[in-house]
Design a binder for this molecule. Structure first.
Ligand SMILES: CC(C)(COP(=O)(O)OP(=O)(O)OC[C@H]1O[C@@H](n2cnc3c(N)ncnc32)[C@H](O)[C@@H]1OP(=O)(O)O)[C@@H](O)C(=O)NCCC(=O)NCCS
Length: 224
């Protein structure tokens, strides 16, 4: 009888240990599963938002929460003097603009937010996309002034132009800059745009009329 009782005790103890081990394994598997799901979710999120990337910058679609950055840049005369915005932009207008740009015919405008140094620094876009003629108009704003002259503009331009020619199947991209915007003129030349002419005294800003310098880039001229 004693023999049976001691064996029974041993068995139940073993069972208890096995049960505990089983619980631990199940908990471990649950943690692994949870972590795996988290990683997959994070990867999916990155896939959605990290559209185009190279060493210096990342281009991603616009989010509602970008509003405050845009609001700051669009009310900074040091930035807006280069982009033909001269009226104050309020929060409601900015919200509407973001809503419009997101819901607008996506085949006509492609806008990316530019990120560098782990922060939002500007945006670039291909506008007036015309499928028949395979043309579009390029635009760029690095709104964070401490990020000017660090090569981010050139990097972002190269990414979006490559996207335009190799994903959207564009044949020509046009652009322009105010004659006193030396940084923008240098950016256009550096990325392969050719100066195609000037609209003399076409832009009134800071109390004077300035020429608008016209640029064009053809697909066959594009070298990344
Ligand atoms: C224009 C703009 C997009 C350029 O981007 P950026 O990141 O500042 O410029 P980058 O560092 O990529 O440099 C572009 C070129 O400008 C040159 N540059 C930099 N600072 C300069 C300055 N103060 N004066 C003249 N050229 C300058 C750079 O040397 C570079 O040319 P290089 O590589 O041949 O030397 C950015 O300054 C900006 O958004 N400015 C305000 C809004 C604007 O002008 N938008 C464009 C409207 S057309």
């Amino acid at each position: 009888m004693d023999y049976i009782r001691s064996n029974f005790k041993k068995l139940t103890k073993k069972k208890r240990i096995n049960k505990k081990a089983g619980q631990k394994v199940r908990f471990f598997v649950y943690l692994l599963f949870k972590k795996k799901n988290c990683i997959i979710k994070k990867l999916k999120r990155k896939e959605v938002f990290q559209m185009l990337r190279e060493e210096k910058v990342l281009l991603r679609p616009i989010k509602k929460s970008d509003k405050d950055f845009f609001l700051k840049w669009m009310n900074d005369p040091e930035v807006t003097q280069y982009i033909r915005i001269y009226l104050p932009i309020n929060e409601m207008l900015e919200e509407k603009w973001i809503e419009n740009i997101s819901l607008r015919d996506v085949e006509k405008t492609v806008l990316f937010v530019i990120e560098a140094e782990d922060k939002v620094i500007g945006n670039c876009s291909l506008n007036n996309i015309n499928k028949k003629d395979q043309v579009a108009v390029f635009g760029i704003i690095i709104g964070e002034k401490d990020c000017w002259g660090k090569g981010y503009g050139v990097s972002a331009t190269k990414l979006i132009i490559d996207y335009g020619f190799n994903q959207l199947n564009l044949r020509r991209i046009s652009s322009s800059a105010i004659s006193f915007n030396e940084r923008s003129i240098a950016l256009h030349k550096k990325t392969g745009f050719k100066e195609e002419g000037r609209l003399r005294k076409n832009i009134f800003v800071n109390g004077s009329f300035y020429d608008e310098v016209l640029f064009g880039l053809l697909r066959e001229e594009w070298k990344r």
